[in-house]
Design a binder for this molecule. Structure first.
Ligand code: ZN
Ligand code: ZN
Length: 296
C-alpha cells in the first residue's frame, strides 16, 4: 500500500524563496493497523529482542506510602530498520533501533522535557540469534487508559519536504511568510508536518520551544528523531473546508467518522498530551546519549 500526501497550497522554493534554504526532509511514517513481524519496522509491534536479554523495566514507581512498586516492563513503542530508513544516523555497527517507554510521565534528561520516560536501544539485527517470543503484554501491566500504549501498526514511509517551526527560523521570516499566505487566502501546509514522522521539525504551539535544546551529556544540539501524534491530519468536510493536505489521497474516499476512517486518522490509538503531539529528541552528535521527550 502506498499513502501519498496531497499537493501543498504553495511551493516556497518557487513562491517564497526566502524560506527555501530552510527546507528539510521528514519521513511520514503513515502507520496503519496491522500485524508487523518482529524484524519489521513498525509502531507497537513485537521487537527483535534477544531471548537471553532482560526486558527494559521502569523502577520509578512508588505507592502513596513511598514504597517501591514494580519494576514494570516498558512498552514496545517502535522499531525502525536501516533498510527502511537509511536517513537515520545509526551508530557504527548498528542497523536497528527500538524505542520503549514507560506510559506514565517521568522526569526527562532535559530539564524542560515532559512526558514518557523513553529508552532507545541501538542494535545490529544480525546479533540477535534467537529472538524473544513471549514479550511482555502491556495490558497485563498497564491500564489502557494511560493513552500511551500504541496499537500495532505497519508503516508506509513517505519522504516530504517541510519547513521548520517559526521559532527555528531567522527573526521575522515566519511572520513575513504568514502575511504572504494571508494576502492570498492560503493556509500554511508546508511547515511542521503533522502525524507520526521521523526527523524534520515539530511545532511548539502549546509551550514555546525551550530556549536551549542541548544534550545534557555533551552539549551538542538536540534534534527531532520521532514525532508521535494523536491525529494524522485534520478532519475535513467541516465548515466547507477543502480536504486537509495531509489526508492521504488514497484514503479520501473513506467516511472520516466511520470506524475505518477513524482508524486511518488515529492509527496508533494514542492520545498524546491532550490530543496533541510529542517529539522524542536525540543528541545530534551521538544518538546514544539520553533522549528527551517533549509533549505538546
Ligand atoms: Zn514508569
Ligand atoms: Zn550528546
Amino acid at each position: 500500500m502506498t499513502l501519498t500526501t496531497g499537493p501543498a497550497s504553495h511551493d516556497p522554493a518557487v513562491d517564497f524563496p526566502e524560506l527555501a534554504p530552510h527546507a528539510r526532509t521528514t519521513v511520514r511514517l503513515h502507520p496503519r493497523r496491522g500485524t508487523p513481524g518482529p524484524r519489521d519496522s513498525h509502531i507497537g509491534g513485537p521487537l527483535w529482542w534477544p531471548a537471553g536479554e532482560p526486558w527494559s523495566l521502569c523502577a520509578e514507581h512508588r505507592d502513596v506510602n513511598g514504597r517501591q512498586q514494580g519494576p514494570y516492563p516498558l512498552v514496545a513503542v517502535a522499531q525502525l530498520t536501516a533498510v527502511d530508513f537509511p536517513e537515520i544516523r545509526f551508530p557504527e555497527g548498528t542497523d536497528l533501533v527500538q524505542l520503549l517507554w514507560c506510559p506514565e510521565w517521568h522526569e526527562q534528561p532535559h530539564p524542560e522535557g515532559w512526558g514518557q520516560a523513553c529508552r532507545l536501544v541501538w542494535r545490529r539485527a544480525g546479533d540477535v540469534i534467537e529472538a524473544l517470543v513471549a514479550q511482555p503484554d502491556p495490558d497485563a501491566h498497564w491500564d489502557r487508559d494511560l493513552d500511551m500504549i500504541p496499537a500495532a501498526c505497519v508503516l508506509h514511509p513517505e519522504r516530504l519536504t517541510e519547513y521548520p517551526w517559526r521559532e527555528e527560523l531567522p527573526a521575522g521570516l515566519a511572520d513575513r511568510h504568514t502575511a504572504w499566505l494571508e494576502e492570498r487566502g492560503l493556509v500554511d501546509d508546508v511547515s511542521t508536518v503533522p502525524g507520526c514522522k521521523l526527523g524534520g521539525s515539530m511545532s511548539w504551539g502549546v509551550t514555546d520551544m525551550p530556549e536551549t535544546m542541548e544534550c545534557g551529556e555533551c552539549r551538542a544540539s538536540l534534534e527531532l528523531f520521532l514525532q508521535f501524534d494523536t491525529y494524522e491530519y485534520e478532519l475535513d468536510g467541516c465548515d466547507g473546508r477543502p480536504p486537509d493536505r495531509f489526508r492521504p489521497l488514497e484514503e479520501r474516499g473513506l467516511e472520516p467518522r466511520s470506524e475505518e476512517g477513524r482508524a486511518a486518522r488515529e492509527p496508533v490509538g494514542m492520545t498524546v498530551g491532550r490530543g496533541g503531539h510529542a517529539g522524542l529528541f536525540v543528541c545530534s552528535a551521538d544518538p546514544r546519549h539520553p533522549a528527551s521527550f517533549f509533549t505538546q
